[in-house]
Design a protein around this ligand. Sequence first.
Ligand code: PLP
Length: 430
Amino acid sequence: MNTSTSQNLFEKAQHYIPGGVNSPVRAFRAVGGTPIFIKSAKGAYVYDEDGNEYIELINSWGPMILGHANELIQQAVSDAIQHSFSFGAPTRKEVEMAELIVSMVPSIEKVRMVNSGTEATMSAIRVARGFTGRDKIIKFEGCYHGHGDSFLIAAGSGAATFGTPDSPGVTKGVAHDTLTAPFNDLAAVQQLVDANKEQIAALILEPVVGNMGCVLPAEGFLAGLRRICDEEGTVLILDEVMTGFRLAKGGAQERFGITPDLTTLGKIIGGGMPVGAYGGRAEIMNWVSPAGPVYQAGTLSGNPIAMAAGLTMLNYLNEHPEVYSQLENSGNKLVTGFKNSQEKLGLNYTLNHIGSMYTLFFTDQPVTDLSSAKSSDLVLFGKYFHAMLNRGIYMGPSQFEAMFLSTALTDDHLNKIIQANEDSLKEIQS
Ligand code: PLP
C-alpha cells in the first residue's frame, strides 16, 4: 500500500504541530508507524491522501453513527450556512435541540449546550460541586472524561489517599480532590465514600467504558453506584459522550435502566460538528448561570451550524428506531464471525461487545477493569492493527479503544471485516 503522501504530510506536520497531530492518539504511537492522513469519507468508507480506501470502524471516534457525509445532515448544514455561521445570541434551533434531548433522555429535565465532551464533563462536576457544596469527586481508573485537569488523575494508593496528577501541569491541589476506584469494584467505592464522609460532590463514570477498550458494567454495578450516591447525597454523573444515542435512543442509561442526576453528552449529538452538552435534574441544572450562581459560558455554544447538524442527526435517530436494531444485528454478526474465526484458528482472545461497540483484547483473561485490560499483549495488537489497515480496515490505533459501527456498514462490509480479521489473526501468529 502506498502511503507516501501521508508520510510526507506527517513529516511536515511535526515541524508545526506538537507531535504532528491535534489529538495524541492520532499519531499512531501506540501501534508504531505513521498515521494516514484522511482526505474524504463517504458512507462506510474513508479515503486517505494517497487514494487508499478503508472500511470505517472509528467513525470519528463515534459521531458518524449514520456513516460519513449523510445527505440529510449535509443538507441541513448547507441550509444553515446561508444564514451566517455564528450569532452569539439565542436561536430557535437551540430550543428545539433542548426539547428533543429532554424527550429522548428522560433523566434530563434541563440541558446546556457546550462545544465538546471535555467542556461537558468539566461543567458537570462544577455544577455538582456548587449544588452539593462539596469539593471531591470519584472517578474510575481507565474511564476517560476528556482533558479537564480534574480527570487527568492517576490512582492513589489507598481508600483514604488522594489521586496524583497524571500529566505535568495538573496541580497537586486539583489531584487532591479526585479519588479513583477500579471499575466494577463497588466495595472500593464504598470504602472511598466511608473514608470521605459528606465530602464527595460527584461520582462520574462511563456506564459502558469505551476508553480502556470496551468494558461492560458487571451485573448490579450501576444500581449499586446509584444506591451509594443516594445514601451519600452525591451527584451521580453518567458520562455518555460515547454511549449517548449509540447504545439506545436514550443511551446506556436506557439500556441498563439507571437514572443519573446528570448526564454528559458529545460526539453523536453534534452529527460530526464540535458539540457537547450536559443536563439532568432541573433542581441541579438551575444552579447553572444565569439561572443560578455556577458560572459556565461559551462564545460558540449552541452554534447554529452545529445545531443544524446535531438536530438533524437526533431527529433522525428519534424517528428511526430501526437504526438501533440494525446496529445490534451488525454488532452480533461481526462478533459471531470473529468468534468463529478464533475457534477455527484455536485462539481465545477476549472479545467485549455491546450493540455497536466492541474491542478485541489480546488476552484470554476476562476484561472487566483497567488492570485486566492491561493484561493484553500490546505488541500483538500493534501487529494486528497494521495487518487490518493493510487489508483496508480502519480501526482505532490503540488496544484501549472501542470500535464504533455505523448504519452504513452492509452485510458485504461486515463479511469483509470478518475475513480481514481472520486473515490478520492468522498472519500475526507466525
Ligand atoms: N467523555 C468520554 C466518555 C469520551 O469518550 C470523550 C472523548 O473521547 C470525552 C468525554 C471528551 O470529549 P471531547 O474529545 O469531545 O472533548
